[in-house]
Design a protein around this ligand. Structure first.
Ligand code: 2NF
Length: 252
């Protein structure tokens, strides 16, 4: 006779456990987004979205998450982002979000329903139990790159890039040694999933910390790498240092 294994009360993994009240936060954020932030999505079924999110990882091996696990959730939460309004970012999360808070027609991934729901949350389950693991979740340090959180962001980032059209933007951090990092989600996933038939131009904004070092800029080698990857994909690349409308936000 096999009893379901009860969740371990010790730390099984190195990462922090599922965010406390995960299910309630998902439901609450879903209602906030669909009723208040983007009421044009008021007909989305947040109960179903919460259920699909939980089902995507509960009772599953947290080192064997797959894109398919998230397909039902992605379909329930699907949303059209208008052309010319997509903003990617890499190592500039706060600044990119400050900018889209002012320019409300623009969307980072976290300004879409799924990104809004999941931002800064942690979650995982266990194949031997139907419970949420609030104690610990696996990370790459556990030799577990296919954990539910990483696979989620890879999957939704890929989808966000595939759906982009027209002129798309990226906010990069010019105060780092490499403003463009091939190993980041932007470098690994997003740029490779832009559709050349839909995306005309990638416009990079390389922002420097005010008063800080000016390490990398549009003429640096990492940005030249980005330009060549984009150009090979038959998408036009443009780059601006310290794009003025974003620059103002760094002063407030
Ligand atoms: O947490 C998010 N909101 C998130 C996570 C990963 C990717 C958002 N994204 C999307 C955004 F839409 C951006 O366009 O990808 C782009 C940013 O990712 P990036 O990797 O290019 O930028 P970083 O500043 O290096 O990372 C952003 C955050 O995501 C985490 C990382 O620790 C940081 O907190 N992150 C990056 N890759 C992974 C991964 N594979 C990751 N967390 C888990 N698994």
């Amino acid at each position: 006779l096999m009893w379901p294994r009860s969740p371990p009360n010790h730390k099984e993994w190195q990462g922090s456990g599922t965010t406390a009240h995960f299910g309630d936060i998902v439901l609450g954020r879903c209602y906030t987004y669909t009723q208040i932030v983007r009421p044009e999505l008021r007909d989305k079924d947040c109960q179903k979205i919460q259920e699909a999110f939980l089902k995507s990882f509960l009772s599953k091996d947290p080192c064997d998450a797959t894109e398919q696990d998230y397909q039902p959730l992605i379909e329930l939460a699907n949303q059209t982002i208008p052309c010319n309004k997509t903003v990617f970012w890499s190592k500039t999360k706060e600044l990119a979000h400050q900018y889209t808070r002012v320019q409300q027609a623009l969307f980072t991934l976290e300004n879409t329903l799924l990104g809004y729901i999941a931002d800064d949350l942690s979650w995982c389950g266990d194949s031997g139990s139907s419970e949420i693991n609030y104690q610990s979740c696996p990370t790459r340090r556990d030799n577990c790159s296919s954990n539910p959180v990483s696979v989620f962001w890879n999957t939704v980032s890929k989808r966000f890039a595939e759906d982009a059209c027209g002129v798309v933007h990226v906010v990069l951090n010019g105060s780092l040694n490499e403003a463009f990092d091939r190993r980041s989600t932007f470098g690994r996933v997003e740029i490779h999933n832009l559709h050349p038939k839909k995306v005309r131009t990638l416009q990079a904004w390389v922002m420097h910390d005010i008063g800080g070092v000016r390490s990398d800029s549009c003429s640096s080698s990492s940005i030249r790498d980005l330009k060549s990857i984009i150009s090979e994909r038959n998408i036009t690349f443009t780059c601006q240092n310290n794009y003025r409308p974003v620059r103002f936000l760094q002063c407030v």
